[in-house]
Design a protein around this ligand. Structure first.
Ligand code: ZN
Length: 242
């Protein structure tokens, strides 16, 4: 039902244990008119472009893959399985229904080249790509599958895959060295009865977790701006600031 579909929010956790909910529908836009088929959630697209511009990467950094439908993820899975075999596919391709590309909040980036590998694009740690990495959290993006966290994310180190989570969360995750799985766990465990407070730029953020909550029943927070995100684990993360 179209009328029941909603934008789930920037902290939606999608992995093998947490499939993409059918009811969530990202508000998609084209990332760059040069690649009209690559789409991202509206806010993520704007901030991705702002970050690329901030490092002068408009001609060097290429969006390789953004939003995918479940069907598209299935096609990528089947194709990679046929060409590369099962071990490689399980390492680098998320199960259909469980790819965070389906959220519209994930983007694979590549360094501009004559040929770019669609599954494992080259996105180095130095040069303009390194500059992008250094600024990514200031625009709300994290490296989603870092080295050393494969046992938590279930996905091999992917230097090219970035995920939009929003500015305070991205900065917190980088500072605390946490993946999205670990960050959502931390909020659920420690910030139900108290706020996680964080200052980023000139904003003072208050982050709070509501287990099993209904959006309509959240308490008012007068004088603050607020964003509410589902975590896909049965709770809501409320981020308030002024
Ligand atoms: Zn990816």
């Amino acid at each position: 039902m179209r009328g029941d579909r909603r934008t789930a929010g920037s902290l939606l956790l999608v992995n093998a244990a947490h499939p993409m909910p059918d009811t969530a529908a990202p508000d998609l836009v084209c990332v760059d008119p040069r690649w009209p088929e690559i789409q991202l959630e509206r806010r993520a697209a704007g901030l991705l472009n702002a970050c690329i511009r901030a490092v002068g990467g408009e001609h060097a950094i290429v969006p390789v893959s953004g939003w995918r439908s479940r069907e598209e993820q299935q096609a990528i899975w089947d194709d990679t399985l046929a060409k590369e075999g099962e071990a490689f596919t399980r390492q680098y391709v998320a199960l259909p229904g469980c790819s965070e590309h389906q959220t519209g909040l994930a983007i694979d980036l590549g360094l501009a080249a004559e040929e770019i590998d669609f599954i494992c694009p080259n996105f180095p740690y130095d040069g303009v790509c390194g500059a992008f990495r250094a600024k990514a959290a200031d625009y709300g993006f994290i490296l989603r599958y870092p080295a050393g966290k494969e046992h938590i994310t279930g996905i091999s180190h992917e230097p090219w895959h970035f995920r939009y989570v929003g500015v305070p969360h991205a900065r917190l995750m980088v500072r605390l060295g946490l993946t999205l799985e670990e960050y959502v766990d931390l909020l659920r465990r420690d910030f139900v009865r108290r706020d996680l407070t964080f200052r980023a730029g000139r904003r003072d953020f208050r982050i709070h977790y509501y287990a099993g909550a209904d959006r309509g029943l959240l308490p008012e927070e007068p004088g603050r701006y607020r964003q509410v995100s589902e975590d896909n684990c049965g709770g809501l993360v409320v981020t308030a600031w002024r």
